[in-house]
Design a protein around this ligand. Structure first.
Ligand SMILES: NC(=O)c1ccc[n+]([C@@H]2O[C@H](COP(=O)([O-])OP(=O)(O)OC[C@H]3O[C@@H](n4cnc5c(N)ncnc54)[C@H](OP(=O)(O)O)[C@@H]3O)[C@@H](O)[C@H]2O)c1
Length: 275
């Protein structure tokens, strides 16, 4: 185990133990000086990604809805890393041009440019047949999972484009690649996520500065998974930390020292292979 993992063994044992089996073994300082925005950074996969990015040197912009979990992640980063994190309390359901322009100004003033954008926050919505799907819920899921990532990317695009290399990760799902009964707006929103990812990748490919991926975490031990499968034993699922080598590898880009998946690639956290 390297020095970095020794350091977090007591403060973040889940990451330290997961790292032993990672397919990609990052060097300490892999993301030093990189600025990365993570949505839904207060819990689950987003919290693990925010803390992992900070562990490897990135300044993380922690965007999320509930302030307390964001503060907990922020405090951990402050205490255990030498990076500059910031909290952006924001309900993506209410995201509008005014809020994103304020966010643009804050990132621009504090960090100058953006090297990474992890669209991670999502709303699950009810699992009911389309026939009975509440229209209001449909709109809320679409706003959080589809419209908000577009608005964020649209507004922050010039900050990403100003970086020598940047990475956008869009978080998908198995039901966004093959539709499944009763997954309603969530499944449809994840198909839109795939479409968004492909269009953005195609538009940015020739300039070669921004790489865009869609990542399906697959069943992972989080509150959302528990809400979707209340009877499942969480111990049978991988932890968010077990997927963090993929997120670090993609965000690191050329610094990873590895061949990268082509921009626009669809990846699965459970089955991807490090080149
Ligand atoms: N876990 C799985 O098995 C699984 C499988 C496939 C795909 N995914 C995808 O992976 C991503 C992360 O999921 P997760 O399992 O880590 O979920 P999670 O544990 O429920 O965490 C979701 C995070 O998103 C935030 N969020 C939700 N709605 C928001 C809003 N309107 N504005 C701002 N933040 C909001 C939540 O904040 P609050 O604390 O305020 O609610 C929470 O921090 C999602 O895109 C999900 O679709 C997960």
């Amino acid at each position: 185990m390297n020095e970095l993992l020794d350091k977090i063994e007591t403060s973040y044992p889940a990451l330290a133990s997961a790292a032993a089996d990672w397919r990609y073994q990052p060097e300490p300082g892999l993301l030093a000086g990189r600025n990365i925005l993570v949505t839904g950074a207060g819990a689950g996969i987003g919290a693990a990604a925010a803390k992992s990015f900070a562990c490897y040197g990135a300044n993380v912009i922690l965007l999320g809805r509930s302030r307390k979990p964001l503060e907990d992640v922020f405090d951990w980063i402050e205490q255990h890393t030498n990076t500059q994190a910031v909290i952006v309390p924001c309900d993506l359901e209410l995201l509008d041009a005014g809020a994103t322009h304020a966010l643009h100004a804050a990132i621009s003033e504090n960090y100058g440019i953006l090297h990474g954008l992890l669209h991670n926050a999502s709303r699950l919505g009810p699992k009911v047949p389309l026939e009975h799907y509440p229209i209001e819920e449909w709109l809320r899921v679409m706003q959080t999972n589809v419209n908000a990532p577009f608005i964020l990317t649209h507004t922050l695009f010039d900050l990403l484009d100003a970086a020598d290399e940047a990475c956008v990760i869009n978080t998908s799902s198995s039901v966004g690649r093959q539709g499944r009964a009763y997954w309603g707006a969530y499944a449809v929103s994840k198909f839109a996520t795939e479409g968004f990812s492909q269009v953005l990748a195609d538009e940015t490919e020739s300039a070669g500065r921004i790489r865009v991926y869609s990542v399906n975490p697959g069943g992972t031990r989080t509150a959302m998974r528990k809400a979707a499968y209340p009877l499942e034993d969480p111990a049978t699922l991988p932890s968010p930390e077990q997927h963090m080598d993929l997120y670090l590898y993609l965000m690191a880009g050329s610094r990873s020292g590895k061949t990268l998946p082509a921009t626009g690639a669809q990846l699965d956290a459970r089955t991807w292979e490090c080149q």
